[in-house]
Design a protein around this ligand. Structure first.
Ligand code: NAD
Length: 288
């Protein structure tokens, strides 16, 4: 489709953005659906966020995505925030609704949607999540909002531990019926006990990610009982050591690539109101 005087603009802001797969994925989707939009990446540093958001409004951009280091900083310039973006204090998706900018965060939605696409409904489930960084917090908040019964969070006593303490308070306030607890990841006895009563175990730490691909937080693989669903947010490598160990024990395993795809699918739906042509995008950009 040719660019015309009416072609709508969307874009990614953050820094760096040169490596991002988002422009290819969204432009391919626009092409397949015959939609008159184009999506570009703009290298925006923290001190340029306010001007970038002004540009969204000035150019009447349909929407866009936000990546590091701008995910928190954009929040104060939004006219409205989704419940998850408000609780987490970060946005990865901006939607322009008739001049009003609405900030969303679709990482957690992408995680929950990926579970669903793999036949797992988070509603009523107990989930153990290792991690308290950006990905982990988004997952924990979205799982609570989407009806998880109980969430056990494990993290090392590092700088992220305090963030988990805040997440616990936020979830208790916003979703009081969800039981949520925080433990030290180094307390392996407690970790294995919580896993034994969980439906889903998720790694949302950097352990398992290149160059830590030979590492796993789960050393005792006897915790991988057959009816435990084991998922990882790490997508490089596609199958982490934890996923391979769990798979070998007969668990249903769900890797991180699906979360990456579906956070984009959810953002696309928010921008356009349409479902992304998932199968085509998957086979072109997410082939495993
Ligand atoms: P982050 O820096 O915000 O958080 C890092 C987390 O790892 C913290 O919980 C920290 O305590 C933990 N950690 C660090 N070193 C550790 C160690 N030695 N042992 C145990 N825990 C340790 O990172 P993030 O943005 O949340 O990303 C985490 C992972 O998730 C990365 O691999 C990233 O690529 C991946 N990710 C995937 C998706 C997706 O869509 N699949 C989205 C976002 C992030």
């Amino acid at each position: 489709m040719e660019i015309s005087g009416r072609t709508g603009l969307l874009g990614l802001i953050g820094s760096p953005v040169g490596h991002s797969g988002s422009p290819a994925m969204y432009n391919y989707s626009f092409e397949l659906l015959d939609m008159d939009y184009r999506y570009l990446a703009f290298d925006i540093k923290l001190d340029q966020v306010s001007k970038a958001i002004d540009a969204f409004k000035t150019f009447n951009m349909k929407g866009g995505n936000v990546t590091m280091p701008c995910k928190s900083a954009v929040c104060e310039y939004m006219d409205e925030l989704s419940p998850a973006a408000r609780i987490i204090g970060a946005c990865n998706t901006i939607v322009n609704e008739n001049g009003k900018l609405i900030g969303h965060i679709t990482d957690g939605q992408g995680y929950v949607r990926n579970l669903k696409e793999n036949g797992v409904d988070i509603k009523g489930k107990k989930i153990t999540v290792m991690g308290a960084g950006g990905a982990a917090t988004a997952i924990q908040v979205q799982c609570a909002l989407d009806g998880a019964r109980e969430i056990s969070i494990f993290n090392k006593k590092d700088d992220f531990y305090g963030r988990a303490e805040k997440t616990i308070q936020d979830i208790k306030r916003e979703v009081p019926k969800c039981i949520v607890n925080l433990y030290d990841l180094d307390d392996t006895e407690k970790l294995y006990k919580e896993i034994s009563t969980s439906d889903i175990l998720t790694n949302a730490t950097i352990v398992g990610m290149k160059p830590y691909e030979n590492e796993t937080n789960i050393v005792d693989t006897s915790v991988f009982r057959k009816d435990l669903i084991v998922s990882d947010v790490v997508y490089n490598p596609v199958k982490t050591k934890m996923i391979l160990d769990a798979e070998a024990k007969g668990c249903k395993v769900i890797g991180g690539k699906g979360m990456l795809l579906y956070q984009g699918v959810e953002a696309f739906k928010l921008f356009t109101g349409e479902e992304m042509p998932v199968e085509e995008v998957k086979s072109r950009y997410f082939a495993e």
